[in-house]
Design a protein. Structure first.
Length: 368
């Protein structure tokens, strides 16, 4: 009897999920990924433009923090991105894929703009500000609650639903931008209450953006405590891990879904309020500026931790603003700066693979 048993060829390596990793080691991997990204970007810079990569990186830093004005703009943009990231975090932690933050921000911003336009000369500054805040919160919360209600009761696809709500919000804002345009028919609202400043967030210490930043700091502290120490935060974590487990221990999954999305929409509404009242003083379909989508990456990279989100928000805004300065200084088109930013972000995201997984190579002589 001939033994023709086939040889079993073991693959060169296996991908194995890590059980745990020291925090310092995880951050070391992330730092090394940024260094590797900078090396690759340097090579790409030389090949495509012939520019000295050291000068390019120096200009990137200068473009982000080179002057006091740029530093404040960096802080303001970081705060706004962080605010939206804080909004989507509870939903994503619950594994409710809220892709609709862009629309929820626009809903809050539109409500704020309406109050400024129609009530700016009718209410006292304090009352007007309170009405604007409440209106933006309600608008954002309602916009988020609609897909949550359908998901909770009929298990609709929240990704498609929330994405669809973005486009509806953009169309509504475009409609009112035309209706409220100055001059009529121009399609642009322009600066609202430019003469009186009614509804504008006040300057603190002469700094126009400081009020925005302080409000986001308060929201960050609240969300950290809410997610880490509150009963609601615990329920969000349980539902995210397993809906069946949540039901078994008596948690109402429907209630958690709707309550959590109300919170997400509420914070998005505040972000819309801050953008219109504290930054732009107008509204258009691009007011959210893509933050609703970028915020997902911020939240995910920080592993849904509000404190780490400060760092990831700062990093992404730093790269965006620095890359824009590169294009202006060296006469390059915007696509080049986006290539640089994209490579760095790609490496940062890729580093999470090595944080969570490891490659186990085949032992020598295993197939002999």
């Amino acid at each position: 009897m001939t033994n023709n048993s086939a040889k079993v060829h073991e693959p060169l390596f296996h991908i194995i999920k890590r059980s745990s990793m020291p925090k310092w080691q995880g951050w070391l991997i992330r730092i090394l990924s940024v260094v590797a990204a900078l090396v690759i970007c340097g090579i790409v810079t030389v090949v495509l433009t012939g520019e000295n990569p050291i000068q390019v990186y120096a200009k990137m830093v200068d473009g982000a923090i080179g002057t006091e004005r740029r530093l404040w703009a960096l802080a303001q943009n970081t705060a706004m991105l962080l605010c939206v990231a804080l909004a989507v975090t509870p939903a994503f932690k619950m594994k409710f894929w809220n892709i609709g933050a862009e629309g929820q921000v626009l809903a809050g911003g539109l409500a704020t703009a309406a109050c400024m336009i129609f009530l700016g000369d009718k209410l006292s500054p304090v009352v007007l500000m309170l009405v604007m805040i409440v209106s933006s919160i309600v608008a954002g919360a309602v916009w988020a609650f609609i897909p949550a209600f359908f998901k909770a009761h009929w298990n609709t696809n929240e990704t498609l639903f929330t994405l669809m709500m973005n486009y509806i919000a953009m169309c509504i804002v475009s409609y009112f931008s035309y209706e409220w345009s100055v001059p009529k028919g121009s399609g642009h609202i322009g600066v609202i209450n430019e003469v009186t400043g009614a509804g504008w967030l006040p300057k603190i210490g002469g700094k126009a953006y400081l009020c925005n930043i302080l409000i986001v700091v308060v929201i960050t502290v609240f969300m950290y405590i809410y997610l880490k120490y509150s009963k609601h935060g615990y329920e969000i974590s349980v539902v995210g891990e397993s809906e069946n487990t949540a039901k078994y221990i008596g948690i109402s999954v429907k209630k958690v879904i709707m309550r959590t999305m109300l919170l997400s929409g509420l914070i998005c509404g505040i972000a819309g309020f801050l953008l219109v009242s504290g930054t732009d003083h107008t509204i258009n379909r691009d007011t959210a500026g893509g933050r609703g989508f970028t915020a997902i990456m911020v939240s995910w990279l920080a592993k849904f931790d509000p404190i780490y989100m400060i760092l990831t928000s700062l990093l992404i805004v730093f790269l965006e603003r620095g890359a824009g300065e590169i294009s202006t200084t060296f006469g390059l088109n915007d696509s080049f700066s986006e290539i640089i930013t994209g490579i760095i972000i790609f490496f940062i995201i890729g580093s999470e693979f090595f944080v969570n997984y490891q490659l186990k190579f085949r032992e020598k002589g295993a197939n002999k």
